[in-house]
Design a binder for this molecule. Structure first.
Ligand code: SF4
Length: 254
C-alpha cells in the first residue's frame, strides 16, 4: 500500500465543499480515465502520459515518489501532525487513485477504525467499482462515500466503470453517501449525460446527485460550467464547482 501525499486544506468538491479537511491520497487505481485528458511527462520515459487530474496517483511511473506504508502508525502520525496547530477536528478525506483497492488491507482497516474511534467524519472518494464486504469489514458502514462513477467521457469501457452491484452495496450499507459526476459540454449537448446518469442512479432514487464541470484549470472549467448549471436546473441535480481548481488551478497539495 502506498501513500502519494497528505495535506490540510478545504474540500473542493461535493457535499462537503468548503469544509476544512485532511487529505490522504493513496497510490494505484483500477481505471485509467484517459478521456479526462490531463497530461504529464513521465519521469521514467519522458513521454506524455494522459489521464485524470490525479494521474500521479494512478500511473506507476510515479511510484518512486510514493511512500510505502507498512504500519498504521505512519498514517495516524500524519493525521496527528496535521492536527497539532488545530483546536477543532477537520474532516478526513481518503482519496486516490482508488483507495478501496486497499479496503481489506489490515493496516488500512486499522487506520480507518482508529479514525472512527476518534469520531472523525470520514469521506472515501471512490470510483465505486469495488464491492465492499460489509459483513467482514463493518467499520465501513460509518464512512461517507463520494461515489465518482465514471461516465463515457472518461474514456473507460462501460463494463469496467459501471458496477451496479458495487453501487447498490454502498447505498444499502451507508447513510450519507452521494454521487458525483464529471460532465463536459459535449456529453450534455449530445444528450448522453442525462441518459447515463439516470441509468446509473435509477436503483437509488433518494441519493443526492452532484455534477461538476470537467477541467483541471479555471479556463477549462469555464468551458463547461454554465451549460452544466442549466443541465442541473433542468434535471434536479446539484451543481458543484471545483473550488480548489478555481483557487489554485492544477497545483498539487493545496
Ligand atoms: S478512477 Fe478516478 S483516480 Fe482512477 S483514473 Fe479515473 S479519475 Fe483517475
Amino acid at each position: 500500500m502506498y501513500l502519494v501525499e497528505s495535506f490540510y486544506t478545504i474540500q473542493g468538491e461535493g457535499k462537503f465543499a468548503g469544509f476544512n479537511s485532511i487529505f490522504l491520497r493513496f497510490g494505484g487505481c483500477n481505471l485509467t480515465c484517459k478521456g479526462f485528458n490531463s497530461q504529464i511527462i513521465s519521469p521514467i520515459t519522458g513521454e506524455i502520459i494522459k489521464g485524470c487530474d490525479s494521474i500521479q496517483a494512478v500511473n506507476r511511473d510515479f511510484k518512486q515518489e510514493w511512500v510505502s506504508i507498512y504500519d498504521k502508525k505512519q498514517l495516524s502520525n500524519i493525521v496527528k501532525n496535521h492536527l497539532k496547530n488545530l483546536s477543532f477536528k477537520p474532516h478526513i478525506v481518503i482519496t486516490g487513485g482508488e483507495p478501496l483497492l486497499f479496503y481489506k488491507n489490515k493496516i488500512f482497516y486499522e487506520f480507518i477504525s482508529w479514525l472512527i474511534k476518534r469520531n472523525f467524519i470520514i469521506t472515501i472518494e471512490t470510483n465505486t467499482t469495488i464491492e465492499i464486504d460489509f459483513k467482514r469489514f463493518p467499520i465501513y458502514k460509518k464512512i461517507i462515500f463520494a461515489m465518482g462513477v465514471k461516465l463515457s467521457n472518461s474514456g473507460e469501457d462501460k463494463k469496467n466503470r459501471i458496477k451496479p452491484k458495487a453501487i447498490k452495496n454502498l447505498i444499502n450499507n451507508t447513510k450519507k453517501s452521494f454521487f458525483k459526476f464529471v460532465l463536459d459540454k459535449n456529453l450534455i449537448t449530445n444528450q448522453k449525460a442525462d441518459k447515463q446518469i439516470k441509468k446509473i442512479t435509477a436503483q437509488c432514487p433518494q441519493t443526492d446527485i452532484y455534477c461538476m464541470p470537467l477541467g483541471d484549470t479555471p479556463q477549462k472549467l469555464n468551458l463547461h460550467d454554465k451549460i452544466l448549471v442549466e443541465f442541473c436546473k433542468k434535471n434536479g441535480y446539484i451543481y458543484m464547482d471545483r473550488l480548489h481548481i478555481r483557487l489554485w488551478g492544477n497545483k498539487k497539495g493545496v
